[in-house]
Design a protein around this ligand. Structure first.
Ligand code: MN
Length: 226
């Protein structure tokens, strides 16, 4: 008997009444060359690395994100999200797609000032990345309907003005490679989401801003900063 009930964070599935229950949210850093450069890093030095957000940080499309405390530099990062449907560890690149349930468009909201501070002092990124409402996400489009898109426009606009505009074919570590690599560190399980990293053009948002983003053929996400 639990002391109290906890809600199960979950994401709608396109053309279905089913919900995808969220277990863990993994995020990949520095996965598009131009974004690596805009953040001031050397491309050659890049290897995938990971951080996490809590499952209940998700915000569904048409929702609101309350401007978080302890920051004056809240940034958006538009990302392709992989929804895992089958458990595995040490997954081979060639078998990675077998573990994908579907794909979504997500935004990795970031307290950039805290992240810069953490980088300087060598402290964890947790409060820069894993805060409340930091993981907006569109409905999940199942592989059974769209296959495994590897060439699609990814974009984000703030109040109707395009700020990020790229293609998921520019991912440094593509989806199969990311799954294989991540599963060498942890066992992936159904319900896991992987935010695969953002293209260039990241920037600040203010209260009242409306963020709209999407990945062609996968989904769109729309949130308002409150
Ligand atoms: Mn990111």
């Amino acid at each position: 008997m639990h002391l109290f009930d906890l809600p199960q964070p979950s994401v709608p599935v396109v053309d279905s009444s089913s919900l995808f229950p969220v277990r863990r949210i993994y995020c990949i850093g520095r996965n598009y060359g131009k974004h690596v450069e805009e953040m001031g890093y050397d491309l050659n030095r890049s290897r995938p690395f990971y951080f996490s957000k809590p499952a209940d940080a998700i915000v569904l499309s048409k929702g609101t994100v309350n401007y978080p405390p302890q920051t004056e530099e809240l940034h958006y990062e538009m990302e392709l999200v992989v929804a895992i449907g089958k458990a595995g560890r040490d997954i081979a690149v060639g078998k990675s797609y077998d573990h994908v349930f579907g794909y979504a468009a997500g935004i990795d909201m970031t307290r950039r000032d805290l992240q810069h501070g953490a980088k300087k002092t060598g402290q964890p990124w947790e409060m820069a990345k894993g805060f409340d409402q930091s993981a907006p996400i569109s409905s999940i489009h199942p592989v059974s309907e769209i296959g495994h898109p590897s060439d699609a426009r990814i974009w984000l606009s703030v109040n109707g003005e395009i700020r990020q505009d790229a293609n998921i074919n520019e991912l440094i570590w593509n989806v199969p490679q990311s799954i294989a690599e991540l599963s060498s560190f942890v066992q992936l399980r159904p319900g896991d989401l992987i935010y695969t990293g953002t293209p260039s053009g990241v920037g600040k948002v203010d209260k009242g801003d409306k963020l709209t983003g999407g990945i062609d053929g996968i989904g769109t996400i729309e949130v308002t900063i409150k």
